[in-house]
Design a protein around this ligand. Structure first.
Ligand code: NDP
Length: 329
């Protein structure tokens, strides 16, 4: 297979355009592994890259796609063989390396995780980077000592990719979950995923000058930043932790030291991109075993390359619900 189809983003003074083009295997960068991509998934960062937002992809034209799951068709790696099923997420994939929105990718062997037993390629991409990140957030909270007996855990941006997997996983692990969402019509969806209660986004999105607020939640996972994160930090119970990974509302947030020094609040930063491969392997293996989410399919909407532009616009309008997987078969 020398020729393959790829989603193609071009940037010029006239603006950014998206199309499907035929590419050649010789166009791909050097790397140990040539992979036939079966599934990719759409993440927030892909939307930024596909719209030409500065700070994600430096050079265009470009094929985004920070996630890929597929079959190795050529390998010069010691650890991975032709025919292996693998997952690649993060590092430079889809940033400045041609990404998973193409039917072929070529990447270093050091970026690839072998698909764990008990997980399908499709399920791995329903999770994708968003799911891996949700898993890393939960893992960090647990490492800080979080337990279901501490009280409710707040999840912000709850209907989105990271939020929806976080709700599902926390529910599986026995936590009581309060879901914060801007989508009033998705309350039933969130309850089905495992949320005990759903709070409208407006309850936390206004700036509040008080340094501390009534304590409502034991712990939290925040994907939005801004005023919501400020208010979450002010309203965690003593000893509470918030795992933060996103900036959908804003990359900035105001805080005083008071919640930290008077209530011992912990802010736990989560990166899913550049962490050591071994940490990614650990989280993927958990999702194939103790953390296996039986209802994962209920989060998924399938797209093909042609449908990607519309799905990208859904992310930009803040309307994403669950996970979009991209079928490249
Ligand atoms: P999605 O677009 O799937 O979901 C984001 C959700 O946030 C939306 O569905 C919506 O949920 C809520 N939201 C949207 N706009 C706003 C707003 N203006 N204010 C408050 N809430 C809003 O994105 P993901 O879940 O995939 O990613 C979320 C964030 O996490 C992004 O910033 C992304 O870059 C980051 N991220 C970071 C990673 C890391 O390694 N650190 C890895 C993966 C993602 P609702 O309507 O339910 O409120």
């Amino acid at each position: 297979m020398d020729k393959f189809n790829a989603f193609w983003v071009e940037k010029s003074e006239q603006g950014v355009s998206q199309s499907i083009v035929e590419r050649s295997v010789d166009d791909l960068p050097p790397g140990d592994l040539l992979i036939r991509v079966r599934y990719s998934s759409l993440n927030y960062k892909d939307a930024l890259s596909a719209k030409g937002v500065p700070g994600v992809t430096r050079a265009y034209p470009h094929t985004p796609g920070i996630d890929a799951a597929g079959i190795v068709i050529e390998s010069s790696s010691d650890d991975i063989s032709e025919g292996d099923e693998i997952i690649v997420t993060g590092y430079d994939l889809g940033m400045n390396t041609a990404g998973g929105f193409g039917q072929l990718i070529r990447v270093p062997g050091s970026w690839a995780v072998k698909l764990p037993q008990g997980m399908s390629l499709e399920d791995s991409m329903i999770l994708g980077t968003a799911g891996l990140t949700a898993g890393l957030c939960v893992d960090k909270l647990i490492q800080m000592g979080a337990s279901p007996t501490d009280g409710p855990v707040l999840v912000t941006g709850a209907t989105g990719g990271v939020g929806s997997v976080a709700v599902m996983l926390l529910a599986k692990l026995g936590y009581e979950i309060v879901a914060l969402s801007g989508k009033a019509d998705k309350e039933q969806f969130l309850r089905t995923l495992g949320a005990s209660s759903v709070v409208g986004r407006a309850a936390l999105s206004e700036e509040n000058k008080k340094s501390m607020l009534a304590t409502d939640w034991a712990h939290a996972i925040d994907v939005v930043g801004g005023n919501i994160l400020s208010n979450v930090i002010k309203s965690l119970k003593p000893g509470g932790s918030v795992a933060i990974c996103g900036l959908v509302a804003s990359p900035a947030f105001d805080a005083t030291v008071l919640p930290f020094i008077l209530r011992g609040i912990n802010v736990l930063g989560v990166d899913s991109v550049e962490i050591p491969l071994q940490k990614k392997v650990e989280i993927w293996n958990k999702f194939a075993a103790d953390w296996k989410l039986e209802e994962l399919q209920s989060l998924a909407t399938e797209s093909n390359l042609e449908g990607l532009s519309a799905a990208i616009n859904t992310i930009f309008s803040g309307q994403m619900v669950g996970r979009t997987i991209v079928n490249l078969n």
